[in-house]
Design a protein around this ligand. Structure first.
Ligand code: PAF
Length: 277
C-alpha cells in the first residue's frame, strides 16, 4: 500500500515508523519510464521507498515552463503504487517554503554556472536547495538520481560530499525510446514533427561515442551529425566524467542540449576515448 502525505509532520510520522534502509526518489511528477527505473532501483536496494513529487518553483527561470509544467498527481500515484513505493510526499509550495522564497540557498559553485547553468541562471541553486531540503526531511540512506540529468547528478554528488550529507547517491542509467530519444517529462510538449526532429540529440551522441572508440574526434563528429535544420544546438561538449576538461584518453562524457521548437532538451552519454594513433 502506498501512503500519500502532503505535510512535513505527516512525513516525519511515517518516516519515524520505518525501520531498515530508506531510499528516496525525488521527482517533479509527470512520471514516465525513466522514473519507473529510478523507483525500481530504489525498491531493489532499500527496505522502504519514499518518492517525492514537487514542482520546485526555485529551479524555473521567469520565462520558463513552471506554469505549464505537467501536473498529473493521480497518474503519478498509480505509478508509485505499481512500483511498490511505500510513501509519497507531495507538499505544496507553502509546505516546502513556509517563509516564502528562501534567503539562504545552496551555492553550486563554478560548475553550476556552466552548461545548463549558463543557459538557465540560478537553476542549480534552486535544484540543490530543494534536494538538500528533501534530504533533510526524508532522511534517506540512499537517494536515486537519473544519469539523464548528468550535471544535476554530478552536482548532487558534489554537494553531499562537500557538505557532509549522510546519504549515498545512486546514479541510474537513462531510459530511451526505441529510436534513442531520452525519456523526459518535457517530451510531451513535442508536436509530432518535433518529436521526429528530437532524435538528432541521441543520434549525435551515438555518433560521438562511436567516433571516440575509433580514436576520432568525438565532439566534432557529434556536431557534424547533429541536424541543425530541425533543432537549435545550445551546447555539445566532451568532458571527463566529473564534467572537467575533455580527456585525451579513457572515460569521458558527451553532453548535448538543444531547442526543438520551443522545448529545450538535454541528453548525454558515457564515452571511452581511444587516443588517436
Ligand atoms: O530532476 C528533477 O526532477 C528535479 O530537478 C528534482 C531533483 C526533483 C529537484 O526538483
Amino acid at each position: 500500500m502506498t501512503a500519500l502525505v502532503h505535510s512535513r509532520d505527516d512525513l516525519a510520522g511515517a518516516r519515524a515508523a520505518m525501520t531498515g534502509t530508506v531510499g528516496v526518489v525525488m521527482t517533479m511528477g509527470a512520471l514516465h519510464e525513466g522514473h519507473r527505473a529510478l523507483l525500481r532501483a530504489a525498491r531493489e536496494q532499500s527496505d522502504h521507498v519514499i518518492a517525492t513529487i514537487f514542482v520546485n518553483p526555485l529551479q524555473f527561470g521567469p520565462n520558463e515552463d513552471f506554469d505549464r509544467y505537467p501536473r498529473t498527481l493521480d497518474a503519478d500515484l498509480a505509478i508509485c503504487a505499481e512500483a511498490g513505493v511505500d510513501l509519497v510526499f507531495a507538499p505544496d509550495r507553502a509546505e516546502m517554503y513556509p517563509s516564502g522564497e528562501p534567503m539562504v540557498r545552496v551555492n553550486p559553485g563554478p560548475l553550476g554556472e556552466r552548461l545548463e547553468g549558463a543557459s538557465r541562471p540560478g537553476f542549480f541553486h534552486g535544484v540543490l536547495t530543494v534536494v538538500l531540503k528533501l534530504l533533510q526531511v526524508t532522511r534517506p540512506h540512499l537517494a536515486f538520481f537519473g544519469e539523464k540529468d548528468y550535471q544535476q547528478l554530478t552536482l548532487v554528488r558534489r554537494m553531499v560530499r562537500d557538505l557532509d550529507v549522510p546519504v549515498r547517491i545512486v546514479g541510474v542509467p537513462t531510459v530511451r525510446e526505441p529510436d534513442g530519444l531520452a525519456l523526459s517529462s518535457r517530451n510531451r510538449y513535442l508536436a509530432p514533427a518535433e518529436r521526429q526532429a528530437a532524435q538528432t540529440l541521441s543520434a549525435a551522441l551515438r555518433a560521438g561515442v562511436e567516433a571516440a572508440a575509433q580514436g576520432r574526434d568525438a565532439e566534432a563528429v557529434a556536431r557534424a551529425t547533429f541536424d541543425s535544420d530541425t533543432a537549435k544546438l545550445d551546447y555539445l561538449l566532451l568532458t571527463d566524467p566529473d564534467l572537467g576538461p575533455a580527456p585525451a584518453e579513457g572515460p569521458g562524457r558527451l553532453l548535448v542540449a538543444a531547442w526543438v521548437g520551443s522545448t529545450r532538451l538535454i541528453d548525454n552519454a558515457a564515452v571511452e576515448v581511444v587516443a588517436a594513433a
